[in-house]
Design a protein around this ligand. Structure first.
Ligand code: SF4
Length: 708
């Protein structure tokens, strides 16, 4: 990439969409608008940006949908009125205090987002766990990475990605399962493409029920039946053992669980596994050969594994392939989960989920609770995990939860079986919505609306998929009376009468977070804003007296963070618990992203260029299935499940397996029409460990729409 154009007001920042974490240079132009370029000096993207990143400035420059001032209504039948920040926060504090006194601290909850900055996460987590006295904080990261988090913790003893992006250029075999990085993590995928182009012997195996753009450079595409990932991984594990392509030294000295694993992977013959997965035996053999011959082996995955009723087990079955081959803790090797959101990892660093404490401390550990309580100087921290994302809405429905504060997320498009969430917000006694845009459907249910500053209008930090922390500069002021999210939470905490929320600035919040990480596995005690501004980005851990500036790779010494210091090979069962198709609902629905939209489109949907890729929601269906249903290209199709209905145009394609259909997840309610919304019909079944929903598998029926 050519060198960046720099005005006198140019600053560096990080793209606020996916977890790849591309660096950008933001120029403030003379007319007050901003322009954005890929940062040519950034180690992640070296100047490249994908379609979403290239159009970041449009979403900031276009203020037409921005919330400009706090609004409030005194009862549900009244219209919203503009009020001062003091009025909005005084009333909210009074309502929260009343509920907490009358029904206890667990009657209130905060639902946040993997798009929040680390500092924002830190203060809201501190507020509810340390001062309100409840663990009812969860984020939309629960819908995204929680299965991977749980699996890392079991396998490696810590929620951590052990390798770095520079390992891509050192690997000679990639196994991508349940992800379409060519569309969803494009800049990282450009690096894989460039590496493959320069080293044609590099093997790329893609596992996906659909033929995606990621398959374009694949040596092998395993188009499996949805939900059969564990069966496939076990079959490959078995072949690796049979072929002698495992790392005996690593297994004997640095891992445990291999015996039980080898028993379970031999329970099915290759013929049985191939039949279950809908693959040929020879294709599975070829995958095992590629992996067995690899000197550097990277597994990559995302929502296809995570968003499942057996998401944790799917993750573990994949990480097992790295462990039995010893491909972890060495250059060019390891498991690399691709994070959907820009700062899901930062949120977990501060403990911003209902079952976590700061710096990955464990909520159930009394010493950890005491340590954090002493540091914060607040109330004793409760041992019981709080409500997770979907549980919060269940609790609103049955009346256990009275008030919910929704910040930086759009649950009425993104939650599974979303009509339950709508019912929940109708029943909620008090709803606070902290938002940048006037578009999200949640605003219709709000009692108080708090206008927030957007990307480039506030400073803070984020951590990407390879543990890389970056500092985001503030470039312009937020419009109207909008405030940074951390400032809003701190003002509210002070209204509640809590001490410890009078931070001078974001740097002071960060400094407090950093102190809490000392001597933990994610120790960043050597870090502060000055260092981050000077070095631009660093990878954690970044210890105080560390001779290195951050940590590229973990476990190079083969000492893991488990109690035994060994990696854990898990003998997971391969039983699928998802809603099975039957005569009434004979098709399997899977959902996902398209190339040019982000989440629920409240930002990318503002950009004309990005809306050209797909102008509306659609249903992908195989032509043979369409023929039986007498569906033609473009026909409006009614898709029903046990939970609801969607009506979108059919898109006939041989790139999807027969019996499987695909809906994009981005569209919500448009002008009172909510029939584009995939989550009207998705399953709210959860993984029992991670509590992540089963977005990728449910039973549906299809028919051509006929005018009544
Ligand atoms: Fe932004 Fe992700 Fe695209 Fe990079 S790959 S520009 S982080 S959306």
């Amino acid at each position: 990439a050519s060198k960046n154009r720099l005005t006198a007001n140019a600053v560096t920042s990080t793209c606020c969409y996916c977890g790849v974490g591309c660096g950008v240079v933001v120029n403030k132009e003379k007319n007050g608008t901003i322009t954005v370029q890929g940062n040519t000096e950034h180690p992640v993207n070296k100047g490249m940006l994908c379609s979403k990143g290239m159009n970041l400035h449009y979403t900031v420059n276009d203020k037409s949908d921005r919330l400009l001032y706090p609004q409030m209504r005194y009862n549900k039948s009244m219209p919203m009125q503009q009020v001062s920040w003091d009025d909005a926060l005084n009333r909210t504090a009074a309502v929260f205090k009343t509920f907490i006194e009358k029904y206890g601290p667990d009657s209130v909850a905060f639902y946040a987002s993997g798009q929040c900055l680390t500092e924002e996460y830190y203060v809201v987590n501190k507020l509810i766990k340390g001062f309100i006295g409840s663990n009812n904080i969860d984020t939309n990261s629960r819908l995204c990475m929680s299965s991977a988090v749980a699996a890392y913790k079991i396998a490696l003893g810590e929620d951590t990605v052990p390798l770095c992006y520079d390992d891509i250029e050192l690997a000679d075999c990639f196994y991508i399962m349940g992800g379409n990085p060519a569309w969803c993590h494009p800049i990282l995928w450009r690096r894989v493409e460039a590496h493959k182009a320069a080293n044609p012997d590099t093997k790329i195996i893609v596992v996906d029920p659909r033929v995606t753009d990621t398959c374009a450079i694949a040596d092998l595409h395993l188009q499996i039946n949805p939900g059969t990932d564990i069966t496939l991984n076990h079959a490959i594990g078995r072949l690796l053992i049979e072929n002698g392509d495992i790392d005996i030294d690593f297994i004997n000295n640095h891992a445990e669980g291999f015996e039980q694993y080898s028993t379970i992977v031999f329970q099915k013959t290759l013929t049985e596994s191939a039949q279950i997965c809908g693959l040929t035996e020879s294709s599975i053999r070829l995958a095992a050969t590629y992996i067995g011959e690899a000197k550097g082996f990277i597994t990559m995955w995302t929502m296809g594994l995570n968003q499942s009723a057996i998401g944790v087990n799917k993750n573990l079955s994949l990480i097992n392939l790295n462990l039995i081959t010893g491909h972890v803790g060495k250059p060019g090797s390891g498991p690399l989960s691709l994070t959907g959101q820009p700062n899901a990892m930062g949120g977990r660093e501060v403990g911003g989920l209902s079952n976590l404490l700061p710096a990955h401390r464990v909520l159930s550990n009394p010493l950890h609770r005491e340590e954090v309580q002493k540091f914060w100087g607040g109330k004793p921290i409760q041992p019981k995990p709080g409500l997770t994302a979907t549980e919060m809405f269940e609790a609103l429905n049955d009346g256990r939860l009275k008030a919910i504060w929704i910040m930086c997320t759009n649950p009425l498009t993104s939650l599974p079986n979303v009509r339950l969430a709508e019912e929940a917000l109708k029943k909620a006694k008090f709803v606070v919505v902290q938002e940048i845009s006037n578009k999200p459907e949640t605003l219709a249910y709000a009692d108080v609306i708090l206008p927030a500053a957007a990307w480039a209008e506030k400073e803070g930090t984020m951590t990407n998929s390879e543990r890389r922390i970056s500092y985001l500069n503030k470039v312009i002021d937020p419009p109207g009376e909008a405030l940074p999210d951390a400032e809003i939470i701190c003002r509210f905490a002070r209204k509640m009468g809590y001490k410890g929320f009078d931070f001078e600035n974001a740097a002071a919040i960060y400094a407090e977070h950093v102190k809490l990480t000392a001597k933990t596995n994610i120790d960043i005690s050597g870090l502060n804003y000055d260092i981050l501004k000077e070095q631009k980005t660093v990878q954690w851990p970044y210890k105080k007296k560390s001779p290195t500036k951050g940590t590229q790779r973990l476990f190079t010494d083969k000492i893991f963070y488990t109690p035994s210091a060994k990696a854990v090979i898990s003998p997971v069962p391969d039983t699928l618990t998802s809603e099975a198709p039957d005569d009434e609902y004979p098709f399997i629905l899977t959902t996902g992203r398209i190339r040019d939209q982000w989440h629920t489109m409240s930002k990318t949907g503002k950009v004309n260029k990005l809306n050209q890729h797909y102008k509306q929601a659609f249903l992908e269906i195989h032509p043979d299935d369409a023929a039986i249903l007498q569906l033609n290209e473009g026909d409006i199709t009614v898709i029903t499940s046990r939970r609801g209905e969607v009506r979108v145009q059919a898109k006939l394609t041989e790139q999807i397996k027969r019996g499987v259909v695909f809906l994009p997840m981005h569209w919500g309610k448009i002008l009172n029409n909510d029939l584009n919304r995939a989550n009207n019909i998705t399953s709210d079944m959860l993984d029992p460990v991670s509590k992540e929903p089963d977005f990728k598998y449910c039973a549906v029926n299809l028919k051509k729409y006929k005018k009544p």
